[in-house]
Design a protein around this ligand. Sequence first.
Ligand code: DX5
Ligand code: ZN
Length: 217
Amino acid sequence: MELLISPSVLSCDFANIQRDVEMINNSTADWFHVDVMDGVFVPNISFGFPVIAAIKKHATKPLDVHLMIEDADKYIEEFKNAGADILTVHFEACRHLHRTIQAIKAAGMKAGVALNPHTPVDLLSDVIEDLDLVLIMSVNPGFGGQKFINNAVLKVEQAKNLIHRRGSRALVEVDGGVNLETGLELVKAGADVLVAGSFVFNSKDPAATIEALKSLK
Ligand code: DX5
Ligand code: ZN
């Protein structure tokens, strides 16, 4: 399968969101990675529905929404209405994960589950067949620009094995500290989707950086 790139708009210029959305539209990126933080599950607050809806208005590619929030169940419909195409919740923030996954799908979105760096891949074995996406966190969630945690490479292999063993069609996405070096290791381990925030937006030519990530093999 071709490698998918999901640039994280957390690192874009919030005073120029439309410009940065157009840059992603015109690049070889595949999705928009949209990070929602509630200041409770993670020690940071990002943005909510109005900003997602504003991105959706201009985006020509799917919105890959990564929820770092407690009580995601309360807001599933609202995320759908704001424009989410893929909705990913954190394993550590969901008491009734199976129910949450079904609710996301019933609302017409693809369902993902994210794993913090300390959470073993095996804990997904009873829901893996229901998932469209497994998101391996390669940093502790909450901030862009952190250092890549190498153990994520092993977790990508473990996730791919679990997915194959169980005949799941889930894609494996990795988020945090992705650049050309860490990206290459992840691709070799079998990653299907790479998220990149600061590496893309802090570069001189973000579209060329997206293309360089897209060409990793
Ligand atoms: C971190 C977010 C990431 C963040 C990645 O909690 O989930 O999506 O934007 O940023 P970089 O690529 O800079 O590590
Ligand atoms: Zn993210």
